[in-house]
Design a protein around this ligand. Structure first.
Ligand code: SDX
Length: 390
């Protein structure tokens, strides 16, 4: 499109191309948070501990973790006026739209958050956002269900509290089984950060104007809402349903090859190998399905993956399953409706957005984002009088 700015990361934010938060080797399928391999964190850590690692740059001592967990737990409640704001949405409002608006609205409840140069103030807003995202996400869900909002129960762990706010008084077939809580906690860990992805770049770009962190994170939620980014997990389930049976897979693959279809949950701007998160999620499926029963769409997903990984179209383009290919199957087994899948992604990604935002605002060399443009439009034209045009 004439005049379309050509995005060149080297010019948008030098700081966004220089970061110590997350390392990815797309060719080898390596992902590390602050130097720790994602596989070890998923196996041995918890989401709240990984959030501490991302924000503070190191794993916490027992005392540091206890203080961190206490702070987060203390701030899970949301101002009653935010509840009133959320109740104003239509009954069928998409929870991501509600979350995006509600996170932005929080900036008006904490005006001190605009003073981003004060380290203590920055820390408080980071704690508040990590603490409140599950409450906002759960309330957005309850709004869509037309059910009363459930307040946080601070005797529960972070992830248990989220599940309780979502499903209390509902017809769930299973209680918050520890295996399910662990699986969801692992999914949050896997989504916690991912270098300079679209939504993190939105957070950094908006944050580079020195706006408050709520407004910057609201921009990240907006970017994540898109079907090519966070919305892909919801699209995968719709795609698998549309395929319906394994017999229909060859016709679907043909549709991909002639451009009528996209294999959602496949491909990645950086990974040209198997997304390491997809491998871990695939394993987590087994644990969850032990409790919930196997998601019938799993068989189609596994057959689709098998066929695609042997097909020249996908092999030649280095298209492998990404984080979204299997995550939706778990979310559905946990009885989340599809419109909540990206909200789960946002809750997981919040510590990563905030760690990247903090790195940005602490970087004294950081300048405001200003993408370089290669102009392709007309130049030096004379104005044509209306009588010659109308
Ligand atoms: C996330 O950046 C991150 O880190 C994001 C993320 C994170 O944690 O933040 O990892 C989360 O967003 C994961 C991606 C979720 N999105 C999807 O699953 C949607 C389906 N995937 C595609 O839309 C696509 O793969 C993207 C958007 C993810 C990447 O797009 P690119 O960079 O354009 O892909 P590419 O340049 O590597 O494509 C090379 C070729 C192209 O074909 P040709 O023009 O060469 O003929 O592969 C084709 C693409 O059209 N292609 C696909 C495809 N993905 C790429 N063809 C069919 N199905 C696909 N899924």
């Amino acid at each position: 499109t004439p005049g379309l700015a050509v995005y060149d990361p080297g010019f948008v934010n030098t700081a966004s191309c220089r970061s110590a938060v997350t390392f990815i080797d797309g060719e080898k399928g390596i992902l590390e948070y602050r130097g720790y391999p994602i596989e070890q964190l998923a196996e041995h850590s918890t989401f709240l501990e990984v959030a501490y690692l991302l924000i503070h740059g190191e794993l916490p001592t027992r005392e540091q973790y206890a203080a961190w967990e206490h702070e987060i737990t203390f701030h899970t409640f949301v101002h009653e006026n935010v509840k009133g704001f959320m109740e104003g949405f239509r009954y069928d409002a998409h929870p991501m739209g509600i979350l995006m608006a509600s996170v932005g609205a929080l900036s008006t409840f904490y005006p001190e958050s605009r003073n981003i140069s004060d380290p203590e103030n920055r820390h408080m807003q980071i704690v508040r956002m990590i603490a409140k995202m599950p409450t906002l996400g759960a309330w957005a869900f309850r709004n869509a269900q037309g059910k009363p909002y459930v307040y946080p129960d601070n005797d529960l762990s972070y992830t248990e509290n989220f599940l309780a706010m979502l499903f209390k008084m509902s017809e769930r077939k299973f209680e918050a089984d520890p295996r399910l809580v662990k699986a969801l906690d692992v999914l949050f860990i896997l989504h916690a950060d991912h270098e300079q992805n679209c939504s993190t770049n939105a957070v950094r770009s908006v944050g580079s104007s020195q706006v408050d962190p709520y407004s910057a994170v609201a921009a990240g939620v907006a970017a994540l809402y898109g079907p090519l980014h966070g919305g892909a997990n919801e699209s995968v389930l719709r795609m698998l349903r549309r395929i319906g049976t394994k017999d229909n897979i060859p016709a679907f693959i043909e549709g991909v090859k002639n451009g009528d279809e996209k294999l959602m949950g496949f491909g990645h701007r950086v990974y040209k190998n198997y997304d390491p998160r997809a491998k871990i999620i695939k394993k987590a499926c087994d644990d969850v399905f032990e409790v919930t029963g196997v998601n019938p769409l799993l068989e189609i997903a596994q057959e689709l993956e098998k066929i695609a990984l042997e097909d020249e179209y996908f092999v030649s383009r280095k298209l492998y399953p990404n984080v979204d290919f299997y995550s939706g199957l778990i979310y559905e087994a946990l009885q989340f409706p599809p419109e909540m899948f990206t909200v789960l992604f946002a809750i997981g990604r919040t510590p990563g957005w905030l760690a990247q935002w903090l790195e940005l605002v602490q970087d004294k060399e950081q300048k405001i984002a200003r993408p370089k443009q290669i102009y392709t439009g007309g130049r030096g034209l004379d104005f044509t009088p209306r009588e010659q045009r109308w």
